[in-house]
Design a protein around this ligand. Structure first.
Ligand code: FES
Length: 328
């Protein structure tokens, strides 16, 4: 509490708002005013504010090339300019005093008053206190905004509708990276394939799926998904429901003692999903099953979606289990 009071008094003193400074003998020698240095400090603070605002703008503009580098440059620039402003303030604007001994702990009211006077009188040579206080306020506000801006990436604050979008609908063909349609006969057991919805943006979160062929007799899908796996071929979102990494490993035991059944694995934190049982979590930190995509085989033998996913794609969020995704 004592230090809180001292800090408040020091702040008021620095801005010249504390009263009664002139009634007692000076503790700090009067310093020389340095108006040019004050302008330099104000310019540095405003520069820091401009960099911090630029950081917010770069953050909000996804279409920028080299966005990561620009973010680093703008935030680094803001912090560097702020540091420079503090260095110039310390070197050129605050009266310096060299002591041969440490300050004693201020205990009596007299000593506390003396510390207050030192802080107040150190700021006495300033000639543009309002300009400096204003520039410091602008820089502090802009930097504060820059530091909390990344929190927006935690998800849409008000409109969560886009989290339910996925580009699949009944009849969408499953194609490879080069747009070649997958044929059911070409899906072999013991390996997995990555497929995308024909004609959609492959970069979209809901686009990539993993496709594997299982023994139809080993399937243990929920009853309402009985027709989702023609000839034992199943498809699941490739985006892990833990933190959104790609499910990139297919564990297919070659002999019984290792593990009894195949599994889809996310290498980030080793969440393991059972493709035979609707993508349910067998191991790891994922909190819900991989969304399953219903499949059908058309008259020409090509694989097509028979609808949209069983649940929203990607990491979980509030209400994720209560809705089905929407076809975009
Ligand atoms: S992101 Fe897949 S296990 Fe963590």
């Amino acid at each position: 509490m004592r230090w809180l009071r001292a800090a408040a008094v020091a702040l008021l003193g620095a801005l010249g708002l504390a009263r009664g400074a002139g009634r007692r003998e000076r503790v700090v020698q009067p310093g020389e005013p340095a108006p040019r240095s004050e302008l330099v400090v104000a310019a540095l603070l405003l520069g820091a504010a401009a960099c911090a605002v630029a950081f917010c703008v770069f953050y909000a503009t996804d279409s920028l090339g080299h966005q990561t580098q620009l973010l680093g440059l703008s935030l680094g620039g803001a912090l560097a300019l702020l540091s420079a402003a503090l260095i110039v303030t310390g070197k050129r604007l605050v009266v310096e005093e060299e002591l041969e001994e440490d300050y004693p702990e201020p205990e009596s009211p007299d000593e506390q008053e003396q510390v207050t006077a030192i802080v107040r009188e150190s700021a006495r040579p300033l000639t543009r206190k309002r300009l400096l206080a204003g520039a410091a306020g602008v820089a502090g506000t802009a930097l504060g905004a820059a530091l909390i801006t990344p929190a927006l990436s935690l998800g849409p604050a008000l409109d969560t509708e886009s989290l339910y979008d996925a580009p699949w609908r009944r009849g969408t063909r499953l194609v490879g990276e080069r747009g070649t349609p997958y044929r059911a006969a070409g899906i072999e057991t013991g390996t997995f394939y990555t497929a995308f919805p024909e004609g959609a943006d492959p970069e979209e979160l809901g686009s990539p799926v993993v496709v594997v062929r299982l023994d139809p007799a080993a399937l243990a899908l929920p009853a309402e998904r009985a027709r989702w796996a023609p000839d034992g071929i199943v498809a699941y979102s490739k985006v892990c429901t833990h933190a959104g990494c790609a499910v990139a490993i297919y564990r297919k035991p070659l002999f019984a003692p290792a593990e009894p059944r195949p599994a889809l694995v996310c290498p980030c934190h080793y969440s393991t999903f059972d493709p035979a049982a609707g993508g349910k979590v067998l191991f790891g930190p994922a909190g819900r099953a991989l969304p399953q995509l219903p499949l059908e085989i058309d008259a020409t033998g090509q694989l097509r979606a028979a609808g949209n996913f069983s649940g929203p794609v990607g990491p979980s969020f509030w209400g994720v289990r209560t809705r089905r995704p929407r076809s975009t």
